[in-house]
Design a protein around this ligand. Structure first.
Ligand SMILES: Nc1ncnc2c1ncn2[C@@H]1O[C@H](COP(=O)(O)OP(=O)(O)OP(=O)(O)O)[C@@H](O)[C@H]1O
Ligand SMILES: [Mg+2]
Length: 247
């Protein structure tokens, strides 16, 4: 398997009224994502989707439980190597200074490795003549594709995406989603995608995980889930009737 979560819980200090109370925002989540699969993490706002994703490359650590990458506990790995292998693309494009080429080659350059930024431009369907442009001169949709190229230049095993199209117009969003689907197929890249758009989950996911109030309330093959969820909570969620108080 590529990624395995074993009984992962996370407690965070949350301000309730004027007192800080520890709240378990992820509760005993166990899930396996096989290599080359696309897991869509879905659920109402505040369910813990971003928290769960951020634990996969150790932007946060679980309070208990363990996370394995290809069978090895990520808590024992060198964090830089982990983040190379488990790349993350954020909600809004995060630009580094310099040209598009500088951005794409950033990770390999840091490690003293050679990189052909052109190859990654091609992978994300950006024109070669953008290579020497300042990254800030690209459109938002192009910037997001450049950020995906920058992550791919690290040759990750797993790609984490947290609402990667929320800053994009519908056409750019569709382009980016189709691109992620193609990269998954062509590079056998394991993808974990947080999205609130069920049409996007349906487009590329092979597996879904429905989180509500920190609990994984349903998981299984995407086509089965979208045809007929197994749980009443799943059905309610697809009807748009579930908020984060609904478990
Ligand atoms: N830094 C933090 N400190 C305290 N509580 C936090 C922090 N970040 C998130 N939380 C709380 O943890 C819970 C899960 O938050 P998270 O951001 O993971 O949810 P989400 O499913 O990604 O929501 P959304 O769909 O709105 O992005 C929420 O109750 C949130 O208020
Ligand atoms: Mg979130």
């Amino acid at each position: 398997m590529a990624v395995e979560l074993k009984q992962v819980s996370k407690t965070k200090p949350v301000l309730l009224g004027d007192t800080v109370t520890p709240i378990e925002v992820i509760k005993d989540v166990s899930i396996t994502v096989e290599r080359g699969q696309v897991l869509a993490l879905i659920g109402p706002s505040g369910a813990g989707k971003s928290t769960l994703l951020r634990m996969l490359n150790r932007l946060e650590d679980p309070s208990s439980g363990s996370i394995l990458l290809e069978g090895s506990d990520i808590a024992q790995m060198d964090v830089r190597e982990l983040r190379r292998r488990v790349g993350m693309v954020s909600q809004t494009p995060a630009l580094l200074p310099g040209t598009v080429g500088d951005n794409i080659a950033y990770g390999p350059n840091l490690r003293g490795e050679h990189c052909h930024p052109q190859r990654y431009l091609e992978l994300v369907n950006l024109e070669q003549d953008l290579l020497h442009r300042p990254a800030s001169a690209l459109s938002i949709g192009q910037q997001q594709r450049m950020c995906i190229a920058r992550t791919l230049a690290n040759r990750p095993d797993v790609l984490l995406l947290d609402e990667p199209t929320s800053a994009l117009d519908q056409t750019s969003a569709n382009t980016v989603m189709n691109l992620i689907g193609r990269l998954n197929r062509e590079l056998s890249l394991t993808v974990i995608l947080v999205t609130h758009l069920m049409e996007h989950a349906q487009l590329i996911a092979t597996q879904v995980g429905l989180l509500v109030k920190g609990q994984l309330v349903e998981t299984g093959p995407a086509n089965q889930f979208f045809q007929e969820p197994e749980t009443e909570i799943g059905r309610k969620f697809l009807r748009g009737e579930l908020d984060n108080h609904g478990v």
